[in-house]
Write a new protein. Sequence first.
Length: 157
Amino acid sequence: MRFSLRNAFLAAIIVGALAFSTPASATSRTFLCFFDEGSAELDERCEQVLAEYAFYWMLMSGGQSDTSRDDCPSIILAPSETYASRTEILGHADAEERRRGISDRISADRTIAVMLFLLSHCIPGGTIVGFPRSAHEPLVPTDDAERQNRRVDIIMR
């Protein structure tokens, strides 16, 4: 079943009790997307991870969406200060991309690609911040090309 905003909102209503009982401090969670070398293109798996994040964000933010758009319905479950309200996007590159001189640009492109996807899935722009990290924070310490280092971390705060 493909992710749809309608299904996300229906599920949010059904499991809304979870959001009511979860304090903001318990909502911090990280999602990861991985990329092909030299690419900022979101593959199917990354889009699935981001759709799951959008769903989780809706649950943990009290059901808030971008109310400035007609295609983003809003279901407010509770006051927003009770829940997570910030999404941090950290774009990364690997050592091979650093050697090729593209790590700064590609980490920024990856960050932007993820931000645009989340915006298109009704996460309010004022809640998203992006930080390209280049090749400075590898998951796997290596001087080689490593897919796990070509990533974007999506962190709910």
